[in-house]
Design a protein around this ligand. Structure first.
Ligand code: FE2
Ligand code: FE2
Length: 473
């Protein structure tokens, strides 16, 4: 179904055919716009931004590019096409037809999942509220705003489900999604990482690399859901999400490239010398990676989880790329976990269904490693032995079996004292953050880049890098 842009809310769900639902969403729309004006990108409302907007849901040619003022962006409701005769792909109802409505007995579970996913979308926009003021280039500024408007659209995606399938409860939850705010003392966002401030662009690149990638894996799991509307919504969100992770991967790659250039120019890898030259030393980058990776790991939940087992059993939330598995019931077999026991590590075998969070987290970690491999090749090619690494998944965890267990970066259990002594060197220190902040100077001449980041290899949508991606009035 094509997207109808003549409607107040663009959509491909035939909203005009359900007047009650349409009215309810049109009532929520001004609340969303108020939220956007207050909590979305600070200033820049009158800037023309070269944005893509969805015009269809086909993988090919789904987006239109053009200069848009952000408050005029057409946030809408887009579901991927239904797969004819789709059947449930996992769990106890395996093989049965998928659900067009939410079964009453799973209603609260679905609602909680949709609210939790929905909460992350506006949260990230709030976290990035001030970043525009310190953009390293117009190209980056445009990418930030592209990510922001699409996270806003992802909120719409979840709010549609809440309104369309959860009645009054759903409408109340939709209001609450605009009432909680990232980092708010009284009404914070639901998940920890989404309350971490993102005050500099190095954090933004790490966030889009690590935390948007968590989003990818959550969406992949929800795309497997037996509730077909949720599955279709998430499938289309994944199409948009790819660009967010691209911003992170290429962003970090460009920081590294610039640092390597400076190292070559100066003939040293001395962090102080590199910093004096206005670039990011690689040990500092490593600490940023350690911070955002460990924070994002908690988003997958506990290693052993009866909740995850239930969700799987009931066909609510599957494994990412479920079709890669032979056994879609997962009633047999175990998953071996390494868990702490005092100052030792022991292996624990848990029923496969109870280990679903860990299965998803492991797939996520493998995906994270791909970028690191690329960056390490980049460094090797320029003649450096330095390797960036991911810390152990046990490091600095707040949720699950390793929560509050003091470990070194390599996952070795250490004493509390050793941990406290080591931590300032493992994650960004106050002086690291102050230095990075000092680099954050706004650069807005087309094609120009800040001192600490190399230009991208190519522009957006085949345009040159020096295109005026944001026209500041
Ligand atoms: Fe999103
Ligand atoms: Fe995203």
């Amino acid at each position: 179904m094509a997207i109808d842009y003549s409607e107040r809310i663009p959509n491909n769900v035939n909203l005009a055919g359900d007047k009650t639902l349409q009215r309810a969403l049109e009532h929520w729309q001004p609340h969303f716009l108020d939220w956007w004006r207050e909590m979305g990108p600070h200033d820049f409302a009158s800037a023309d931004v070269y944005l893509r907007t969805a015009i269809g849901v086909d993988a090919q040619g789904w987006a239109h590019y053009g200069a848009t003022r952000m408050p005029d962006y057409r946030w809408g409701i887009f579901l991927a096409d239904a797969i004819p005769n789709r059947s449930i792909g996992f769990g106890d109802f395996y093989g049965q037809p998928v659900w067009q409505q939410v079964p009453g007995e799973f209603r609260s579970q679905f609602r909680r999942l949709i609210v939790t996913q929905g909460d992350t979308e506006p949260a990230s926009v709030e976290q990035q509220h001030l970043l525009g003021h310190t953009c390293p280039s117009l190209y980056d500024l445009r990418n930030l705003f592209q990510v922001n408007v699409e996270e806003g659209r992802h909120l719409w995606a979840m709010v549609y489900l809440l309104h369309a399938y959860f009645g009054r409860d759903g409408r109340e939850e939709a209001e609450e999604l605009l009432a909680r705010h990232s980092g708010d003392v009284d009404k914070p966002r639901i998940l920890g990482t989404f309350n971490e401030p993102i005050e500099d662009w190095l954090s933004f690149y790490c966030f889009t690399y690590f935390t948007d990638r968590d989003g990818k894996f959550q969406l992949k799991s929800l795309a497997e859901s037996s509730f077909d509307a949720l599955s279709r919504t998430c499938r289309f969100m994944l199409t948009e999400e790819a660009h967010h992770m691209f911003v992170g991967e290429t962003g970090i790659g460009r920081v590294i490239r610039r640092t390597l250039e400076v190292m070559k120019e100066l003939g040293t890898d001395n962090p102080e010398a590199i910093r004096r030259h206005g670039a990011v030393d690689l040990p500092l980058l490593q600490r940023y990676l350690n911070f955002w990776f460990s924070s994002s790991l908690d988003l997958f939940g506990s290693e052993i989880s009866s909740n995850a087992a239930n969700s799987f059993a009931n066909g609510i939330k599957g494994r990412p790329d479920e079709s890669q598995y032979q056994d879609h019931l997962a009633l047999e077999g175990t998953y071996a976990l390494a868990v702490p026991e005092g100052d030792h590590v022991k292996e624990e075998k848990v029923a496969m269904r109870s280990a679903m969070n860990e299965v998803t987290r492991a797939a996520y970690v493998r995906d994270c490693e791909i970028g690191l491999k690329r960056w390490n090749i980049q460094m090797k090619r320029s003649g450096h032995d330095i390797q960036l690494t991911l810390p152990s998944t046990r490091f600095r965890r707040s949720i699950g079996a390793w929560a509050n267990v003091p470990t070194a970066l390599d996952g070795r259990i250490v004493s509390r004292e050793e941990y406290d002594r080591g931590l300032p060197g493992w994650i960004p220190s106050a002086s690291d953050r102050a230095f990075v902040k000092s680099l954050m100077q706004k650069v807005t001449a087309p094609g120009k880049m800040a001192s600490w980041v190399a230009p991208p290899e190519r522009g957006i949508n085949n345009l040159p890098v020096d295109y005026e991606y944001v026209h500041l009035s």
